[in-house]
Write a new protein. Structure first.
Length: 447
């Protein structure tokens, strides 16, 4: 990146931070004005102190720091420094009074999980487009352009794709984010009009219905490999930070961990515990992929636990009939809280704050002592290398070790020995910050 482009990026980050500061809502409402003032003052001071910097290395460091601050604020609701009124054990989730310690959700209902999509004549790009569209994932421009070219060359395919994919009845039952759908349909309609193609009334109708957006919740629909059925459906908040927690939104690491486990592990007849489950994608995906798998989803925030129960109920059927939702506070965890001692522990996007890592590793240690074959998989998007280094240090301190480490980015798994495996994901996700996901396999030290 040129110096000029880098400085423009710094200016853009500065504006983003100012905008965030002006609309900041603190976990403790009484501190909102104070934190807004502190955020704005620090941003202004930092910008003024560095406005004459021309060294490319220093500019790159400023960009990295600015991006990290934005992620901490938007993703985790953390102001620039840990507020002194927030104790480490709160994990920045302030609504923490559980209404029920544990609930086992059971369902034997027959549910129609068909998508209405026949992909037998779909090109690979049409399959990718559909998978991304149903999960609200950003579609690369080259794929979008090639889909429109297919419309132009094959009118029968165009009509079928509009009816079964773009205007699917399934999206009425599980509406995806309206702003995403509106922007994508606008691009398609504009291109069709430019090419003098007839735009179907259905397409115009759906586009118009997306103009007014008052949705508090939206869905992400993850389809089976042939697109014929719904594998997992997840409801999430339309706001990344909502009710003082980020657990009501879906994040990259959970998608990548689900992709890894469903491709490379056989978890049939195992007992799985998910820590910090959030929306529950990874655990639910495991329960729906592997038969006779006992899954417990856990979290700390009461709103998140309610969200977990909702998503579990949406995915229960005759093939996936039992998932437990459990309240767990890492700082006071005891293995006796669990109805089933886990064979496998999973966690995604929980390594973000150095202060909570000792408690997290303490829980991992307790769970991994139950059996010689017990193991944990912890996935983290690489945002701050220092925090990951602190996590690795805490793993050592607690008598654990990293047995394997896998990196996933650009639909490619990279393993410790340098080998690579390219694989399109069934759990796509697009993030504003482009970074790989690191997946650690953790075991006891003497294993």
């Amino acid at each position: 990146m040129s110096v000029a482009a880098s400085r423009n990026r710094v200016l853009g980050l500065y504006k983003d931070i100012l905008k965030l500061g002006k609309h900041w809502e603190a976990k403790d409402a009484q501190r909102t004005l104070i934190e807004r003032k502190n955020i704005l003052e620090e941003a202004t001071r930092t910008f003024r102190e560095n406005k004459e910097v021309t060294d490319p290395k220093q500019i790159a460091e400023l960009i990295l720091e600015g991006e990290k601050r934005l992620v901490q604020a938007k993703h985790y609701g953390i102001p620039y420094v840990r507020p002194n009124y927030v104790l480490p054990q709160t994990a920045y989730s302030m609504s923490t009074s559980p209404t029920n310690n544990s609930r086992k959700l059971i369902g034997s209902r027959e549910v129609d999980r068909t998508s209405g999509i026949d992909s037998s004549d779909f090109t690979p790009e049409a399959v990718t487009f559909t998978r991304y569209y149903y999960t609200g994932t950003k579609i690369p421009s080259e794929i979008l352009n090639n889909i429109v070219k297919l419309f132009l060359s094959d009118n029968q395919f165009y009509e079928k794709f509009v009816k079964s994919v773009l205007c699917s009845e399934l999206l009425e039952r599980y509406p995806i984010r309206k702003s995403y759908r509106r922007n994508l349909l606008k691009l398609i309609i504009t291109e069709l009009e430019r090419l003098s193609m007839d735009v179907s009334d259905e397409l115009y109708t759906i586009y118009a219905s997306c103009m007014v957006d008052t949705m508090e919740w939206c869905y992400r629909i993850f389809l089976t490999s042939d697109l014929a059925e719904v594998l997992v459906v997840i409801r999430e908040s339309t706001q990344q930070l909502c009710h003082g927690t980020t657990g009501l939104s879906l994040w990259q690491a959970s998608c990548d961990l689900a992709n890894f486990l469903c491709q490379f592990e056989n978890l049939s007849r195992t007992k799985v515990l998910e820590l910090g489950a959030g929306c529950g994608l990874t655990g639910i995906a495991i329960a729906r992929t592997f038969r006779n798998c006992n899954v417990t989803l856990s979290d700390y925030d009461s709103k998140v636990l309610q969200q977990l129960e909702f998503n579990v109920q949406e995915n229960l059927d005759e093939t996936c009939s039992s998932i437990e939702v459990l309240y767990i506070d890492w700082t006071s965890f005891d293995i006796t809280q669990l109805n089933n001692e886990p064979d496998v522990v999973i966690a995604a996007d929980v390594v973000y704050d150095s202060m909570i890592l000792p408690a997290l590793c303490g829980v991992l240690k307790s769970c991994l002592q139950t059996s010689r074959k017990s193991r944990a998989y912890v996935a983290s998007t690489l945002r701050d290398p220092l925090t990951l280094a602190t996590f690795r240090k805490n793993i050592d301190i607690h008598g654990l070790r990293i047995k394997d480490e896998v990196r996933y980015q650009y639909e490619t798994f990279t393993f410790l020995d340098g080998s690579r495996y390219r694989s399109a994901t069934s759990f796509p996700h697009s993030s504003s910050l482009e970074a790989p996901t690191i997946i650690y396999e953790i075991v006891k030290l003497n294993t």
